[in-house]
Write a protein that binds this ligand. Structure first.
Ligand code: UD1
Length: 344
């Protein structure tokens, strides 16, 4: 065993895929999750894939006493991967205090307890949303952080600053901040995938739920952008590729290879794919015709953004390997599995 890692939000979409990769790499894992946007079914999925059931504790990271008890009963935790957060952009505009409370307090509580329990390493889930609308694409980590478009985006920026300030204050911790582009797809086994509560806000679950008949029609938000086909462009990154980067980040900190106490990496493929292109890929790999219509732009959407992932490629030795066809196929297989199980 390589050591014990705490994964907050480990029952969720990216978290559960990361737990699989951590266990495959020889780490033991403790998951905490309040199940506010996930279910414990993913723990079963992790066990079916890896043959090992991670420790799971239902706990909200806002619960400082609960966290303290958890750390006291697992004194051998070597690192934390902090996924737990509220992540719906639109909701964050409606309920800013909820977002600031959840997303800021969680990190503050973890950082507060880390020195007390001699935990020195934390990976933080950030987002390309910190770049706003980029002046140039692809975008690398030296690009300026732009004023946030939503409270959700602001919490990512503030959390990055909180980590930097805490390190600057002399705290004996290291952090790797990972800025995700658009994670999509599912585990190839179809044992894990994305299952949002209620109506999906993100594109790919909306596509697969429409194709299977749970939603009537996908709305494509705008075809009058300054892009080749008029729809927005994103850097869609396979969730398993993304998960693997977290294992590398944890290895790097535990092996004391970080060049800085806080390191920041973009995680993307380096390729921009438009919304309409992604729909085409989906229709091809699923053999279905998607019912969609073009509607007005969605407020706050970025026109185009894709990553320059060279820093992660060169320094972490990590590259996104999966192609978009296989990735969309994995999302579809996951949706079919949910149907087979009668979940959706
Ligand atoms: C958004 C956030 C990002 C956050 C992520 C988490 C912004 C600018 N970005 O990413 O910070 O980390 O959510 O969930 O808010 N689309 C449709 N129809 C749909 C849904 C989406 O056409 O029903 C389009 C959108 O207009 C967008 C693209 O698909 O162009 C991707 O949308 P989405 O999956 O919501 O991700 P982002 O908005 O890129």
């Amino acid at each position: 065993m390589k050591g014990k890692i705490l994964v907050t939000g480990g029952a969720g979409y990216i978290g559960s895929h990361t737990v699989v990769e951590l266990q495959n790499a020889g780490y033991s894992v403790v998951i905490i999750d309040d199940l506010s946007n996930s279910t414990a079914d993913s723990i079963d999925g992790i066990e079916r894939i890896t043959g090992t059931r991670p420790v799971f504790v239902k706990l909200d990271c806002n619960d400082l006493d609960g966290l303290r008890n958890l750390f006291a009963s697992h004194p051998d935790i070597k690192g934390i991967i902090h996924f737990a957060a509220s992540k719906a952009v639109g909701e964050s505009v409606q309920k800013p205090l909820l977002y600031y409370r959840n997303n800021l307090n969680s990190l503050i509580n973890l950082l507060d307890l880390m020195p007390q329990f001699d935990i020195k390493n934390i990976v933080f889930s950030s987002s390309c949303t910190v770049y706003g609308e980029p002046d140039v694409n692809p975008i690398d980590e030296t690009a300026p952080v732009k004023p946030a478009e939503s409270p959700y985006g602001n919490t990512k920026q503030i959390n990055e600053e909180i980590i930097k300030d805490f390190v600057r204050s002399g705290a004996d911790i290291k952090s790797i901040i990972l800025r995700y582009f658009n994670p999509i797809g599912a585990h190839p086994s179809a044992e894990l995938g994305e299952l949002p509560n209620g109506v999906p806000q993100n594109l790919v679950p909306y596509i697969t739920q429409t194709a299977i008949g749970v939603r009537e029609q996908l709305s494509v938000f705008g075809d009058d952008y300054n892009t080749p086909d008029g729809s927005c462009i994103r850097d869609f990154i396979n969730v398993v590729d993304l998960a693997k980067a977290h294992v590398i980040a944890i290895d790097r900190m535990l092996e004391d290879k970080s060049q800085d106490k806080v390191e920041i990496f973009n995680l993307g493929t380096g390729r921009g794919v438009s919304v309409l292109e992604l729909i085409n890929v989906f229709e091809k790999v699923s053999g279905t015709k998607l019912n969609y219509k073009i509607v007005a732009r969605r407020e706050g959407d970025i026109e185009k953004i894709w990553a320059d992932p060279k820093h992660a490629n060169n320094v972490l030795g990590w590259t996104a390997k999966e192609n978009i066809d296989d990735t969309m196929n994995s999302a579809w297989k996951w949706q079919l599995k949910l149907r087979e199980k009668g979940i959706m």
